[in-house]
Design a protein around this ligand. Structure first.
Ligand SMILES: [Mg+2]
Length: 129
Protein backbone atom coordinates (compact mmCIF):
# COMPACT_ATOMS: atom_id res chain seq x y z
CA UNK A 1 0.00 0.00 0.00
CA UNK A 2 1.21 3.48 -0.87
CA UNK A 3 0.12 6.46 1.22
CA UNK A 4 0.51 10.10 0.20
CA UNK A 5 0.97 12.18 3.31
CA UNK A 6 0.49 15.92 3.68
CA UNK A 7 2.68 17.67 6.28
CA UNK A 8 1.33 20.95 7.72
CA UNK A 9 -1.92 20.32 9.56
CA UNK A 10 -1.45 16.59 9.10
CA UNK A 11 1.84 15.71 10.81
CA UNK A 12 2.46 19.03 12.59
CA UNK A 13 0.43 22.12 13.44
CA UNK A 14 0.22 24.89 10.82
CA UNK A 15 3.28 27.05 11.56
CA UNK A 16 4.73 27.31 8.06
CA UNK A 17 7.56 28.03 7.35
CA UNK A 18 8.42 26.69 10.80
CA UNK A 19 7.65 23.18 12.01
CA UNK A 20 4.65 23.21 14.33
CA UNK A 21 3.84 21.07 17.32
CA UNK A 22 3.33 17.37 16.58
CA UNK A 23 -0.22 16.40 15.67
CA UNK A 24 -1.36 13.89 18.31
CA UNK A 25 -0.96 10.30 17.13
CA UNK A 26 0.53 11.10 13.71
CA UNK A 27 3.99 9.59 14.18
CA UNK A 28 2.63 6.63 16.15
CA UNK A 29 0.16 5.69 13.40
CA UNK A 30 2.69 6.30 10.62
CA UNK A 31 5.07 3.90 12.37
CA UNK A 32 2.31 1.31 12.51
CA UNK A 33 1.60 1.80 8.81
CA UNK A 34 5.33 1.40 7.98
CA UNK A 35 5.59 -1.69 10.17
CA UNK A 36 2.70 -3.17 8.21
CA UNK A 37 4.57 -2.53 4.96
CA UNK A 38 2.97 0.69 3.78
CA UNK A 39 5.13 3.01 1.68
CA UNK A 40 4.90 6.68 2.62
CA UNK A 41 5.21 9.51 0.10
CA UNK A 42 5.47 13.00 1.56
CA UNK A 43 3.06 15.06 -0.57
CA UNK A 44 3.39 18.72 0.37
CA UNK A 45 3.54 22.23 -1.05
CA UNK A 46 6.76 22.78 0.89
CA UNK A 47 9.77 23.32 -1.37
CA UNK A 48 13.44 24.18 -1.08
CA UNK A 49 15.14 27.19 -2.59
CA UNK A 50 12.30 29.70 -2.34
CA UNK A 51 11.98 32.70 -0.05
CA UNK A 52 11.52 30.45 2.99
CA UNK A 53 14.70 28.39 2.56
CA UNK A 54 14.88 24.63 2.85
CA UNK A 55 11.41 24.03 4.25
CA UNK A 56 10.91 20.80 2.30
CA UNK A 57 14.15 19.36 3.62
CA UNK A 58 13.07 20.40 7.13
CA UNK A 59 9.89 18.34 6.77
CA UNK A 60 11.76 15.32 5.39
CA UNK A 61 14.29 15.59 8.25
CA UNK A 62 11.47 15.86 10.79
CA UNK A 63 9.88 12.65 9.58
CA UNK A 64 13.18 10.76 9.37
CA UNK A 65 14.25 11.91 12.85
CA UNK A 66 10.93 10.58 14.10
CA UNK A 67 11.53 7.19 12.53
CA UNK A 68 9.47 7.57 9.35
CA UNK A 69 11.52 6.64 6.30
CA UNK A 70 10.01 7.89 3.09
CA UNK A 71 9.37 6.03 -0.14
CA UNK A 72 9.18 9.30 -2.06
CA UNK A 73 8.90 13.07 -1.79
CA UNK A 74 6.17 14.62 -3.92
CA UNK A 75 6.60 11.75 -6.36
CA UNK A 76 6.08 8.01 -6.62
CA UNK A 77 9.49 6.65 -7.68
CA UNK A 78 7.94 3.88 -9.83
CA UNK A 79 5.51 6.15 -11.60
CA UNK A 80 7.64 7.67 -14.42
CA UNK A 81 7.74 4.19 -15.99
CA UNK A 82 4.01 4.22 -16.66
CA UNK A 83 2.73 7.80 -16.36
CA UNK A 84 3.83 11.36 -17.00
CA UNK A 85 1.24 12.72 -14.54
CA UNK A 86 2.65 14.97 -11.78
CA UNK A 87 0.14 13.53 -9.26
CA UNK A 88 1.84 10.78 -7.24
CA UNK A 89 -0.05 7.50 -7.37
CA UNK A 90 -1.19 6.21 -3.96
CA UNK A 91 -3.93 4.07 -2.46
CA UNK A 92 -4.60 6.69 0.23
CA UNK A 93 -4.10 10.44 0.56
CA UNK A 94 -4.06 11.77 4.11
CA UNK A 95 -4.44 15.55 4.15
CA UNK A 96 -6.11 17.94 6.60
CA UNK A 97 -7.53 19.84 3.62
CA UNK A 98 -9.19 16.77 2.08
CA UNK A 99 -12.99 16.84 2.03
CA UNK A 100 -14.31 14.64 4.83
CA UNK A 101 -10.98 14.31 6.63
CA UNK A 102 -11.76 14.00 10.36
CA UNK A 103 -10.21 16.90 12.26
CA UNK A 104 -9.51 17.86 15.84
CA UNK A 105 -8.45 21.24 17.25
CA UNK A 106 -6.00 20.69 20.10
CA UNK A 107 -5.60 23.51 22.61
CA UNK A 108 -2.87 25.95 21.49
CA UNK A 109 -2.95 24.73 17.88
CA UNK A 110 -3.32 27.50 15.30
CA UNK A 111 -5.77 25.55 13.14
CA UNK A 112 -7.56 22.20 13.22
CA UNK A 113 -5.44 19.19 12.30
CA UNK A 114 -5.95 15.56 11.28
CA UNK A 115 -7.71 13.35 13.83
CA UNK A 116 -5.29 10.43 13.72
CA UNK A 117 -7.26 8.32 16.15
CA UNK A 118 -10.12 8.23 13.64
CA UNK A 119 -7.87 8.05 10.57
CA UNK A 120 -5.82 5.21 12.06
CA UNK A 121 -8.95 3.19 12.75
CA UNK A 122 -10.33 3.90 9.27
CA UNK A 123 -7.11 2.73 7.61
CA UNK A 124 -6.91 -0.27 9.92
CA UNK A 125 -10.50 -1.28 9.14
CA UNK A 126 -10.04 -0.91 5.39
CA UNK A 127 -6.53 -2.30 4.94
CA UNK A 128 -6.08 -4.46 8.05
CA UNK A 129 -2.91 -2.66 9.16
MG1 LIG B 1 -2.12 20.65 5.13
Amino acid sequence: MVICLDFDGTVVDHCFPDIGAPVPGAIEWLKRFRKAGAKIILFTMRSDGGQFGSVLTAAVDYLEKNGIDLYGVNANPDQPDWSSSPKPYAHLYIDDAAVGCPLIHPENFIRPCVDWETIGKMVNDKFNI
